[in-house]
Ligand binder design. Structure first.
Ligand code: SAH
Length: 407
């Protein structure tokens, strides 16, 4: 075999055999290679007897030294284009089975969700013929040219006209990264507009956050649409206004959208205009403001809202930041619960991976007690199935939401 081998200590193969994709530094017995593998190099994972377990990208810095992208008990070659084509075809077929490929009402979805699709470190979002690729590991970053080619082959020209690489945002500071964002296949489409459940959204992957759109809230947005009729709605942390468009379409009497970013509010305005004629769009107002301030301000005070959405960015990116994040969620949810009209609904989310569902639920419960509101839990929400986590990698469950009815 021509690729370096990471030999695991006796017993340390158990988690790999349970399909957990991370190899920790403490599990390594030795590395068989002419020289220490480089950051992002493909390595074979073998048990202490030398039996193959799979292929991984090597990461010399940090506690995770190998991220497995192929589990197999057969000896493996280094991956070539055909290898990636097979992985992408399988992911495409999984999206077809979910009713997302060829769906006339929804033309945007996540095609590769990192560990959830067996490809740690790789995100690919599909926007009506353009794939936006983001590498979160040096291994995927180094492979991005072949990955883009393989995407083009796997989907074919009828489904894919462009691949845009946005990895400078995620790996821009890494030592041998540094290539600017840009098209690896094709170029800008004439009209970067997609459909989500029949609603139109303009996607700006060049300057937008992440890959340009938060596809992971598709199902929760539909639920907001379902409950919106006759309600006065507040959408905080609105970004491109996804929840606002669904609430307007669902028959809300008024929708106020709030984001601290001016650019985000401009995108929200574009998306409202794409879906509603002027008279109808008059139900919508945009506010560039801090969500915490807004919830304490005059709009929420004089005429209380009866459906409020809280979808903040991750408050905790590490375990160390978890306590501060907890306090942030508690304060934010308390502000929203304090002001909401009796009979109102709160849609509250956390996308912090280190704040699990139990912790988030108990934090919001504490917030409700802080402000003395009586609350019933109507729905637990999570990530949609194109963002599914591997069942063997619970760390991949990051998005959780609660729908609360407030007395
Ligand atoms: N709900 C959105 C995604 C939210 S992303 C959707 O469905 O697409 C988080 C957003 O919060 C970003 O747009 C960011 O600009 C905004 N934000 C961050 N801190 C904020 C604050 N303190 N007040 C208001 N908006 C904030």
């Amino acid at each position: 075999m021509n690729i370096p081998q990471l030999v695991l200590q006796p017993g340390k193969d158990a988690s790999v055999r349970r399909f957990h994709p991370w190899v920790f530094s403490g599990a390594i017995d030795r590395i068989i290679a002419p020289a220490e593998p480089a950051d992002g190099e493909v390595v074979a994972i073998v048990d202490h007897r030398g039996s193959p377990l799979g292929l991984a990208h090597f990461q010399p810095h940090g506690s995770i030294v190998g991220r497995i992208f192929h589990f197999s008990n057969q000896p493996q070659q280094a991956p070539d284009e055909a290898f990636w084509v097979a992985k992408f075809r399988a992911a495409w077929e999984r999206r077809r089975a979910l009713g997302l490929v060829g769906n006339p009402h929804t033309t945007a979805f996540r095609l590769i969700h990192a560990e959830g699709d067996g490809l740690p470190g790789l995100i690919v979002d599909y926007y009506a013929g353009t794939a936006v690729l983001q590498a979160h590991s040096m291994g995927m970053y180094r492979a991005r040219t072949v990955l883009a080619q393989a995407l083009a082959v796997a989907l074919g020209p009828q489904h894919l006209t462009a691949v845009y690489d946005k990895s400078a945002d995620t790996l821009g500071n890494a030592a041998d990264a540094g290539a600017p964002n840009g098209y690896l296949v094709g170029g800008p489409p004439p009209d970067p507009t997609v459909l989500e459940n029949g609603h139109r959204f303009r996607i700006d992957w060049l300057t937008g956050q992440k890959t340009g759109f938060f596809l992971d809230q598709r199902d929760s947005r539909a639920l907001v649409g379902h409950y919106a009729r006759g309600r006065r709605v507040l959408n905080t942390f609105c970004y491109t206004g996804g929840f606002s468009v669904y609430a307007l379409a669902g028959g809300a009497t008024a929708v106020d959208s709030v984001d601290a970013s001016k650019t985000a509010m401009a995108l929200t305005d574009i998306n409202v205009a794409l879906n509603f004629a002027d008279a109808d769009a008059a139900r919508h107002r945009s506010f560039v403001a801090d969500a915490f301030d807004f919830l304490r301000g005059p709009e929420a005070d004089t005429d209380p809202y009866d459906l409020v959405i809280l979808d903040p960015p991750a408050f905790a990116k590490s375990r160390a930041a978890r306590q501060r994040a907890e306090a942030g969620y508690r304060r934010l949810n308390a502000e929203a619960l304090r002001g909401i009209k009796p009979g109102g609904l709160l849609f509250t989310f956390s996308c912090s991976q280190v704040v699990d569902r139990d912790l988030f639920t108990s934090t919001v419960r504490a917030a409700a007690l802080d402000v003395g509101r009586s609350v019933r839990l109507l729905h637990y929400l999570g990530q949609p199935p194109d963002h599914a986590a591997s069942f063997f990698h619970p760390e991949g469950e990051y998005l959780k939401g609660l729908v609360l009815a407030v007395e």
